[in-house]
Every structure is written in C-alpha cells, then in structure tokens.
Design a protein around this ligand. Structure first.
Ligand SMILES: [Cu+2]
Length: 138
C-alpha cells in the first residue's frame, strides 16, 4: 500500500511537471503556426528584393536557389537582429545562408530588433550584377 509520504511526493511531482509544461508553452512559439516566407535566389536577384517581417512573430524562411550556380543570402546584420531556433543555427554561417544550385533550406526565426538590413550575395560580382536587397523588421 502506498504510504502517505509517497503519495504526497507524487502529488508534488505532478504539480512540478504541470507548471514546467505551462512555462514551456509561454516561451516556446508554436512553430507549426509559423508563417512561411519563400526567399528565392536566382542569377542574379533575390525575390522578394525587400523582405518584410514583423517583430516577435515566428517565421519559417524557406530559401530556394533557382539559379544555375551557388548563391547565398548574406546579411550578418539581419541575422544578428533575429533569434534563430537552435536546430537551424548551423544553417547560417558567418551571417550567410549558402545554397548550391537547386538547393533549398528552412530557417525558423523570430525577428527581434526593428531596422532595415542590407542583403547581398557574396559570390564574386553577384551583388554588382543585381543580387542586392534588404530585410526589414517592422
Ligand atoms: Cu549569387
């Protein structure tokens, strides 16, 4: 038979887990409800050229390289102004999302600091040929 002490501990643990789960819900956004925004890279343009995001909202940025060579979405200032989910952080290196021809990837993030951040492709001459844009956090 369960002692009073064991039963009391069980109740205490139940409360602990319920409150822990509640706290988790409060700080973790529901990524299944994140808005997907497609960002397409081609030779030699970004679409949209001006990416508009709202501060505090969860987004899934879907980067697609439809060009015939490697491109990247290079904006260290933009990536410094957002919080990226830990699982997706490795997809951004040195402030860039690098994509081979035909490759795509998702980066889930929450914009934090409002501002207008320049975006470019850092491959040789690509910015000059038109791969320039901006990311705006409102
Ligand atoms: Cu490029």
């Amino acid at each position: 038979m369960m002692s009073f002490r064991t039963a009391a501990l069980g109740v205490a643990f139940s409360f602990f887990f319920i409150s822990a789960a509640g706290a988790e819900d409060a700080v973790t956004p529901d990524w299944s409800k994140a808005q997907t925004v497609e960002v397409t890279l081609t030779n030699y343009a970004f679409s949209p050229q001006s990416l508009h995001l709202r501060r505090g909202m969860p987004y899934r940025l879907h980067f697609v390289n439809n060009g015939s060579k490697s491109h990247n979405f290079d904006s260290d200032k933009f990536f410094a102004a957002v919080t990226i989910v830990p699982e997706d952080r490795a997809k951004v290196t040195d402030g860039k999302v690098e994509l081979e021809e035909g490759q795509s990837t998702d980066v889930r993030l929450i914009p934090v600091t409002p501002g207008t951040y320049p975006v470019s492709c850092s491959h040789f001459l690509h910015a000059m040929l038109g791969m320039r844009g901006e990311a705006v956090i409102e």
